[in-house]
Design a protein around this ligand. Structure first.
Ligand SMILES: Cc1ncc(COP(=O)(O)O)c(C=O)c1O
Length: 432
């Protein structure tokens, strides 16, 4: 291992240092940055495959379906890759469903989650005949029913229950407590289930929980699985048989190189919890599949003194390309793509955006930087490009998928024309 925890090795999936050069799936990242410009997202196809298979194989024959959470990264090429591996998908809006279909996912491979689905979204979702609409309230269930009756087509629904479990993650991405806006409280869910016998246009196929994202201890995830299993058994006792249980996503990754939950331990825990029901398990992993498989490459565009001990290094990527540090105070390892053995200096790595929260890495020790150096912001494959914005009229970055020693630009860099394509000056602008 070298500083920063990147494994020094020649043929590994993902990011590795070879002779001081950071590579992704065998491709030198400096050459990709030089060819495609920065800021640039780079993804390792090999690592996406490896991480998908690790989760999938861990079920060891127990019936299950992996519904990749598109919100983590819905680049067409990445979705297509996961589709080709046999993944199904979890979509959080009707637009994600549209994109999922273009990736090759069929309606029966899609679950539709989301705390606020508009009437238009529900109308389309019902007409598509999805695997399930994960329902968030009694009102939403009634709206789905009305649409199903009008369309003459029963809707397959799962009820998302709020289990009041603390995921012990960052408060902004914890969703399983009563105070969070997500799901139906248990008592209300029981009341809803009791009404279903007389509602022929609603087919209850599952119960669903999702307690949060970047969950790094096993107990809350096990607790959530035990919760849905107990609910399934309770429903069975009153004659309501489910098709499966959905335990959501949330498996955390290591952003600092420290230990995290092994995917096998995670799957073993949820399978143990659900096995008494005999029901298939749906999981909705996002971050754990694509997070470590992506990095954001950024160039140093300015250096200036900060205080007696540190300098600012201004990068050409910031909160507009990777919002997580500014939004959640999230930590990402940051490494030069060309490592040197020079004594490290103290830097505050900041973005170019006009906000003081636009800090990509606080108090970092790195070998002396020069203008033009390329840095890799690691573990940026999930909730990175997907959350990018045009603030300060900054164009969305390009994205590259590296596979077997070559790369494809899977999203070109946005241009000002792309950005303005939807805008129109209108007549009021000419009135003085
Ligand atoms: C309902 C639901 N399922 C799955 C996920 C994916 O979570 P993660 O990326 O942590 O696996 C999310 C994201 O928070 C979610 O809201």
């Amino acid at each position: 291992m070298i500083a920063g925890g990147i494994v020094e090795s020649r043929f590994v999936a993902g990011f590795s240092l070879v002779d001081h050069h950071l590579q992704c799936d065998g491709v030198d990242l400096r050459s990709v940055a030089d060819a495609e410009g920065t800021p640039l997202y780079v993804y390792s196809a090999a690592l996406i495959r490896e991480r998908y298979r690790a989760l999938d194989d861990a079920f060891a024959g127990y019936p299950h379906a992996l519904h990749y959470a598109l919100k983590a990264n819905s680049n067409l090429a990445i979705g297509r890759l996961l589709n080709s591996l046999g993944s199904a998908a979890d979509a959080n809006s009707i637009w994600e469903i549209d994109v999922a279909q273009r990736m090759g996912f069929a309606p029966h491979q899609l679950v539709f989650t989301g705390v606020g689905k508009s009437p238009d979204e529900l109308e389309r979702a019902v007409s598509l005949g999805l695997k399930a609409i994960n329902v968030e309230s009694a009102g939403e269930l009634a709206r789905i029913e009305a649409i199903a009756v009008r369309q003459g087509r029963p809707a397959r629904v799962a009820v998302r229950i709020n289990p009041d479990i603390d995921a012990k993650s960052h408060p902004h991405i914890s969703t399983g407590l009563k105070i969070n806006k997500f799901g139906v409280p248990l008592d209300a869910a029981r009341e809803l289930f009791a009404t279903l016998a007389g509602r022929p246009y609603l087919t209850l196929v599952a119960v669903h929980v999702h307690i949060g994202s970047q969950v790094t201890s096993l107990e809350p995830l096990r607790g959530a699985a035990e919760f849905v299993a107990a609910m399934a058994l309770e429903l069975r006792r009153v004659g309501m048989e489910l098709e499966y249980v959905d335990v959501g996503g949330g498996l955390g990754i290591s952003y600092d190189g420290g230990p995290v939950i092994d995917p096998r331990a995670y799957v073993e825990a949820i399978v143990d919890a659900v096995r008494p029901t005999g029901l298939p398990i749906v999981i909705e992993p996002g971050r754990s599949i694509v997070g470590p498989a992506g990095a954001l490459l950024a160039r140093v565009i300015d250096l200036k003194p900060r205080n007696a001990v540190s300098d600012f290094a201004v990068l050409d990527a910031g909160m507009t390309e990777l919002m997580r540090p500014a939004l959640y105070g999230a930590y990402h390892r940051i490494e030069p793509v060309h490592a040197t053995d020079a004594a490290p200096c103290h830097y505050e790595l900041v973005g170019p955006v006009c906000e003081s929260s636009d800090v990509v890495g606080r108090d970092r020790m790195l070998a002396p930087l020069a203008i033009g150096d390329v840095l890799a912001i690691l573990d940026a494959g999930a909730y990175g490009a997907a959350m990018a914005s045009n603030y300060n009229r900054r164009p969305l970055p390009a994205e590259v998928l590296i596979d077997r020693g070559r790369w494809d630009v899977v999203r070109r860099r946005q241009t000002v024309d792309d950005m303005l394509a939807l805008e129109h000056i209108g007549s009021t602008a000419t009135v003085r």
